[in-house]
Design a protein around this ligand. Structure first.
Ligand code: ZN
Length: 123
């Protein structure tokens, strides 16, 4: 399952980042997912729930932020949503352009609780 693999990759990065920032527990994770990645949010959340058991991120909310696919027209440079127009510019009717948004997939932000005590650096 594609989403389970993704969930495990997210988990790995989240746990590593959490340790680097002395987080005791991860409570929220924001993931940015472009429209073209085709990631199913429910499957990803489900996969993450399974993968995160007995980790720092167990029980964390996985929030998916969708980015619409955007095309920049080759001819006039305007930007328009792929979903509504495909690759045909609504302004100048030119066919062809570059997808400038919509393929992203990354962890945007992690929130959690810090350790209750910090190691004292008494040097
Ligand atoms: Zn155009």
């Amino acid at each position: 399952m594609h989403e389970l693999n993704l969930a495990m990759e997210i988990l790995e990065i989240v746990c590593k980042t959490a340790r680097q920032h002395n987080l005791k527990r991860v409570t929220d994770i924001w993931v940015v997912s472009g429209e073209m990645t085709g990631v199913a949010s429910e499957a990803l959340e489900f996969g993450f729930e399974i993968a995160s058991k007995n980790t720092l991120a167990a029980g964390a909310r996985l929030n998916l932020r969708r980015l619409a696919a955007i095309i920049r027209c080759d001819a006039c440079g305007c930007r328009y949503p792929w979903k509504a127009h495909g690759f045909k510019c609504p302004e100048c009717f030119h066919s062809g352009g570059e997808m400038v948004q919509g393929k992203e997939f990354y962890i945007d932000y992690i929130e959690g609780d810090e350790r209750e005590y910090q190691q004292n650096d008494s040097s």
